[in-house]
Design a protein around this ligand. Structure first.
Ligand code: KIV
Length: 265
């Protein structure tokens, strides 16, 4: 059914039936509504908010309060897609108890249906604890931006054995899905074929069960560096600059407001 609410069971069924899962990020109400109405299956309020909305140079400074705020406003625009909140750096690494506490905030305060966190085998106990609390967890392996310093930069991850073992570990720990970021397409294909949970790729080739992109990259709103795996489906930055130039010019030339935008006596 086209307007069936997307849940973990719907996503599991889509994998079984070989139907591609479409995911995107969103950070605010107007875009959340447009993204949801476009028919995507999953909306992630990514910690990428720190970079694409707040102008940070990495995702590391993003806080729980920021994530709760953005997830809450996105949730007001989402009716059909499954809403996933991204756990920021430092919000799940201290202990499984800390992770459950923070994961619960996404559901209690912000309207999310699941959380995402970065890491493979190293976070298996954390995934287990959050899942045991009844909170669906999406794992994220490969290029994990919160580990930028440990990885020595945003680099494609190519260690096949480690990637396969991370993928198996997060599935075994109870994750309902796993994001595969920045890994060679043949490795992502192999992981996807082996796992029973859906894989969502970003920079991981076309053979994942689904794909995700950062909304601002796809729309061409991000005027900075865009990675090789991004395809721009629009150029909203150009459109916004043209609109702004039009306004500035018309105010300076006394063309705006015209009679149609003014009130008579
Ligand atoms: O933070 C984010 O937007 C993400 C996606 C790119 C998967 O983690």
């Amino acid at each position: 059914m086209a307007d069936e609410k997307v849940t973990v069971t719907v996503l599991a069924r889509m994998k079984k039936e070989g139907k591609r899962i479409v995911a995107l990020t969103a950070y605010d109400f107007p875009f959340a509504r447009m993204v949801d109405e476009s028919g995507v299956d999953m909306i992630l309020v990514g910690d990428s908010v720190g970079m694409v909305v707040c102008g940070e140079t990495s995702t590391l400074p993003v806080t729980m309060d920021q994530m709760i705020y953005h997830t809450k406003i996105v949730s007001r625009g989402v009716k059909r897609a499954m809403l996933v909140g991204d756990m920021p750096f430092g919000s799940y690494q201290i202990s499984p108890a800390q992770a459950v506490d923070n994961a619960a905030r996404f559901l209690k305060e912000a309207g999310a249906a699941a959380v995402k966190l970065e890491g493979g085998a190293a976070v298996a106990d954390t995934i287990r604890a959050i899942s045991a609390a009844g909170i669906p967890v999406q794992a994220h392996i490969g290029l994990t931006p919160q580990s930028i310093h440990a990885m020595g930069g945003y680099k494609v991850q190519r260690q096949e054995d480690r990637l396969l073992s991370d993928a198996r570990c997060v599935q075994e720990a109870g994750a309902f899905s796993v994001v595969l970021e920045g890994i060679p397409a043949p490795i992502a294909e192999k992981i996807t074929a082996e796992l029973t949970i859906p894989t969502i790729g970003i920079g991981a080739g076309v053979k994942c069960d689904g794909q995700i992109l950062v909304l601002h990259d796809l729309l061409g709103l991000n005027e900075g560096h865009v990675p090789k795996f991004v395809k721009k489906y629009g150029n909203l930055a150009k459109a916004a600059r043209e609109a702004l130039a039009g306004y500035v010019g018309e105010v300076r030339e006394e063309k705006f407001p015209g009679p149609e935008h003014s009130f008579g006596k």
